[in-house]
Design a protein around this ligand. Structure first.
Ligand SMILES: CC(C)(COP(=O)(O)OP(=O)(O)OC[C@H]1O[C@@H](n2cnc3c(N)ncnc32)[C@H](O)[C@@H]1OP(=O)(O)O)[C@@H](O)C(=O)NCCC(=O)NCCS
Length: 272
């Protein structure tokens, strides 16, 4: 099986038993059964999400395959537990108040309303040295402009944006890129997982990812891909969540200070 990332075609290192993916077959069946898959439909998305989640365990097999690979032994119960409403960090003991964090998908109106908060999170991450497309110096206005472009795509149904809120303050965000070529209707990309430095190491990114995967599946996206800086906290997170590591591309991007950084490509597939 091959995964297309941007213009590249990549053969995954392996497809773990019990977690096989046949995207082409799934795509054609999805097109037959869900001709609306590409339409922007934020008003009915919650309804569809409820229906899909209740119909089958979301990514349940992913956790099994993740355990089989023995990729990470961190004691976190991962996405399958999260999707069933169980605390994903139960084994970590007392935690900061992550229950005060609300994760939700933002409609286009709310994306515009949250532009300042989204820009602040992005600037904070770039100032912290994150390689997320931008170079230093990176201004609040540039960050705001970047999210204005995202808002347009949200409005067009080409992209989803989730926010993590603590007492109404936006502390994290992630995007799901829905718009793909006609022959990849079943695929989406996860992008720009960002948590502001003051809110990190509380499981917010894990919760954002769990929700992003559920939202993607509710949109009919059964194959997800992403890339991330090699050796970073995010790479460990994706491994914990059952993503399959394809490989590393050396010198793929730059850090904000222009040092080169390697990138790891991941994919994840739902069972259906
Ligand atoms: C990567 C990033 C999103 C992670 O956000 P986060 O909210 O801190 O992520 P989590 O809290 O889910 O997990 C981070 C770590 O905290 C730990 N953790 C989570 N909850 C915890 C808790 N209650 N107590 C102690 N540790 C906890 C996790 O085990 C993990 O540890 P590890 O890094 O040693 O593997 C954040 O660092 C970030 O925004 N980085 C810059 C942008 C970036 O690189 N994004 C990725 C682009 S693909």
């Amino acid at each position: 099986m091959y995964v297309v990332v941007g213009r590249r075609v990549i053969a995954p290192a392996r497809v773990t038993s019990g977690w096989r993916c046949t995207p082409a077959a799934r795509a054609s069946s999805m097109l037959a059964s869900r001709p609306d898959a590409f339409r922007a439909n934020s008003t009915s998305s919650e309804r569809r999400l409820t229906r899909v989640v209740s119909r089958r365990p979301v990514y349940g097999d992913a956790l099994a395959s993740f355990r089989n690979t023995g990729a990470v032994e961190c004691g976190h119960s991962g996405l399958a537990a999260g999707s069933r409403g169980v605390c994903a960090y139960a084994s970590l003991g007392p935690m900061p108040a992550t229950d005060q964090i609300e994760i939700r998908r933002l409609g286009v109106t709310e994306v515009y309303a949250q532009l300042e908060g989204l820009a602040a999170v992005l600037v904070d991450c770039v100032e912290g040295g994150a390689s997320v497309s931008y170079l230093a110096p990176f201004s609040h206005e540039q960050a705001r402009g970047a999210f204005e472009a995202v808002a347009v795509e949200v409005e067009q149904g080409r992209r989803l944006l989730l926010g993590a809120f603590e007492k109404d303050e936006l502390v994290g965000t992630v995007q799901v890129v829905l718009a793909m070529p006609p022959n990849q209707p079943h695929r989406a990309e996860i992008a720009k997982l960002l948590v502001r430095r003051s809110a990190r190491r509380r499981g917010i990114a894990q919760r954002l990812m769990a929700q992003a995967e559920r939202e993607a599946l509710a949109e009919g996206k059964t194959l997800l891909v992403l890339d991330t800086v090699t050796g970073d906290s995010a790479e460990r997170l994706y491994e914990r969540l059952g993503w399959t590591r394809v490989g590393v591309i050396p010198g793929y991007a730059l850090y904000p200070d222009r040092r080169p950084c390697d990138t790891t490509i991941f994919w994840k597939c739902s069972s259906s």
